[in-house]
Every structure is written in C-alpha cells, then in structure tokens.
Design a protein around this ligand. Structure first.
Ligand SMILES: *Cc1c(COP(=O)(O)O)cnc(C)c1O
Length: 386
C-alpha cells in the first residue's frame, strides 16, 4: 500500500524503547481512520455502531492478560496507566498516605511518586542488589497499616531483570496493601495471567508491543475501588474520561492478539538472537561485562558495560552504521546522568556511563546480529584509542 509502508531503521535493536507498528495492526486500524471515524457515544448508528468493535478490542486486550473485559481501561500510554493506578489507590483510601516502590522503576512511576511526596505522602523506595533483585523480606517489612499501594515493575526496561510479581502481590494481599505492577515490557515476551499474578492493577503500553504510540491499558481487578484520573465524560465505564481513541484501541486489540501468538517466537528465535549478540560481544570484545544476571530476565534484552568508554560514543558510531541501541541514561538539559537503574544496582557512575542496552524484537534477523557483531569491535577499538 502506497504511503503507509513503515520506514524502519535498518538495524533496530531498541525494541524496549518502542516497536515498529505491525502491518497487521495498521491494517486493522485503517478503516477506523478512513471510514468509521464517528464518536461511539453518539446516538446515531454511524457513531454507536463502533461500540461493537470497541468491545471486541477490549476482549482481546483482556485475553492477553487472562482478565475480564470489564477489568480493562484504555488509556493514552503506559505513563497514564501507572499514574492513574497510583492516583486511584490514594484517592479511594484517604486514611492511607504511604506508597512502597523500588529504585529501578520507570520515571512514569518514580516521578509521580515524588510529586506525591510534595503533597504530603510518604514514599518508601526499596533498593536492589547487584543483580537488580529485590529483597522480599525487606519489601514485606516496608508495608505498614497506612500503606495505600505497593508499586513494583515486572520487567525492567533497561536490564530486562524480572521481579517475582506473584510473590510481591501475595505479600501485599497478606498485609492488606493494594499492588500495582508496571508490566509495560511484558507483552509478547512473558505469559501474563493476572489471576496467577494476583495484582490489583497492571499497566501496559501498546507501542511496546507493535501498536502505535498513544494507547495504553490499565487493568483494574474486579471490585477494586477506582477513582478516575481524568474527569469528564463517562467513557470506559466512568473510569477514564475522554472520547475513545477508536482506531488506536482497535490497533491495541489486534496487537494484543499478536502478542499472545508471538510469545513462542520471542522465547525461542528472538532469545537465541539476543544470546548470540550477548555472547558475541562478551567473548570477542575485551573489557565487556553484562549488567545484571543471566536469569530471570526478559528474552530480548541485554545490557552491556564497555570499560573505559562512554556509551554516547558507542551509540553515535552505531547510529552511523545504521544500528539503533540506547544507553538507558536520560539526557537532562545537556548533562549526562548515569542510568538510575544501573546506579541502583551499585554500578559505578563510570561503568553505568559506559553501558549500552540492546533490545531485540520480532522483526530482527540473524543479519542484524551478525552485522552488529561485525561493527562493534572496531567501534570500541576506535573509541578506546582516543
Ligand atoms: C516505555 C515504558 C513506560 C512508559 O510507557 P509510555 O507508553 O511511553 O508512557 C513505562 N514503563 C516501562 C517499563 C516502559 O518501558
């Protein structure tokens, strides 16, 4: 189809940042941009006929999580889902003003928590060890009678390290605190079953699983009190105001179906590519170390420290070679802060600054990995020579 063919970078190894829109997802969306562009809340058929495809998309999103469609709220992104979950737990439990989270969460979580602190809430930020792991005894001890929420991510976007969310949720249930997990990195890589996990809230972002940016999901367990973050119309059963983003919700539904179908491929073919890339770097380039343990980890992610050089230099030269990767560190107003995740794992600022994340996806090929392994040794040699 003319004009809609996605233009993807040649060697895209940054799938934890965003993913290419799957052609199947785009195809599913197009009719809702071109022809069926009504407002589902309208009284005439051209609008309210959209409620059927919307509920089908909701069923697909629910199926990805083994949830009930009534437990699904469509949001604008992963950030909104997390913010809304945290907001709701405080709004519905006015006597509870304490939140427990971890030092390696996404800024969507950490920044929102620090804004709560300014409003008088108390936040406990749990540390991680050198493997990026949580101490569950410490987590349990941190939960108090006034703890409104424990918010712990499932899979870390920078290192791929997994937290034992089912165990975290069991501790929360035992101690009477609600539990939210940022599961943005899970779809298509991990089997998600909210009944097995036992969490009260779970956040997703569809652009991390081959749908476009601008659509997210918040799972809210049935019978959990919920207070809307966005106020206005009564969309999403009154839990998220704002006219439904119909084409993107349809795309999210299709992407959810694909994510289920691709679980196997991510855990076999993509995992093998990731392992080949990681082993290739660690054995062929001196002065390299993996950040974080081999397991438990996402099948697509590797984070590698390159001694004596800055990740920024590596990324620049990789970019010139047509390879996209990232450093996990955020560039704030020109000053380069080392990654808060790697720093929390006890890595020195120098090692954190020399670390690069490669995250693979279903559109990667053997050729992407071979080409990267071909380019990297020269890049590292060049940078170490200066
Ligand atoms: C990308 C990401 C987010 C933010 O999702 P957006 O849709 O970009 O707001 C949150 N958490 C994790 C772990 C992520 O990787």
């Amino acid at each position: 189809m003319d004009g809609v063919k996605p233009s993807v970078p040649l060697h895209y190894l940054d799938n934890n940042a965003t993913t290419r829109v799957a052609p199947e997802v785009l195809e599913a969306m197009l009719p809702y941009l071109r022809e069926h562009w009504g407002n589902p809340s309208s009284s005439y058929a051209f609008g309210h006929n959209l409620t059927q495809p919307l509920s089908e998309a909701r069923e697909k999103a629910a199926a990805l999580l083994n949830a009930d469609p009534r437990e699904i709220i469509f949001t604008s992104c992963g950030t909104e889902s997390s913010n809304a979950a945290i907001h709701s737990t405080l709004a519905t439990q006015p006597g509870k003003r304490h939140v427990v989270t971890t030092s390696v969460e996404h800024s969507a979580n950490l920044k929102f928590c620090s804004s709560l602190q300014k409003q008088g809430c108390e936040i406990t930020i749990l540390p991680v060890d050198e493997d990026g792991a949580l101490d569950l005894d410490r987590l349990e001890a941190a939960i108090r009678p006034d703890t409104a929420l424990v918010s712990v991510m499932w899979a870390n976007n920078e290192t791929g390290v997994l937290f034992p969310i089912a165990e975290v949720a069991a501790i929360c249930a035992r101690k009477g605190a609600l539990c939210h997990t940022d599961a943005v990195q899970a779809p298509s890589k991990l089997k998600i079953d909210v009944k097995e996990l036992g969490v009260d809230f779970l956040s997703l972002s569809a652009h991390k699983f081959y749908a476009p940016k601008g659509i997210g999901v918040l799972y809210v367990k049935r019978h959990t009190k919920f207070e809307s973050y966005l106020l206005g119309g009564s969309q999403e059963l009154g839990r998220r105001a704002g006219t439904e983003n119909v084409p993107y919700i349809i795309g999210c539904g299709r992407a959810a179906e694909l994510a289920l179908a691709r679980l196997e491929e991510q855990n076999t073919r993509v995992r093998a590519l990731r392992d080949k890339l990681e082993q290739g770097i660690l054995t062929n380039i001196p002065g390299t170390t993996r950040n974080g343990p081999e397991e438990p980890r996402l099948p697509n992610t590797t984070n590698i420290a390159f001694e004596d050089i800055e990740a920024e230099g590596i990324l620049l030269l990789l970019d010139r070679a047509g390879i996209c990767a990232s450093s996990g560190s955020a560039c704030h107003a020109g000053s380069l802060d080392p990654s808060h995740v790697l720093t929390a794992m006890g890595l020195s600022a120098a090692r954190a600054r020399g670390s690069v994340r490669f995250s693979l996806g279903i559109y990667n090929t053997q050729e992407d990995v071979d080409y990267t392994l071909e380019c990297l040794p020269d890049i590292v040699r060049k940078l170490r020579a200066v």
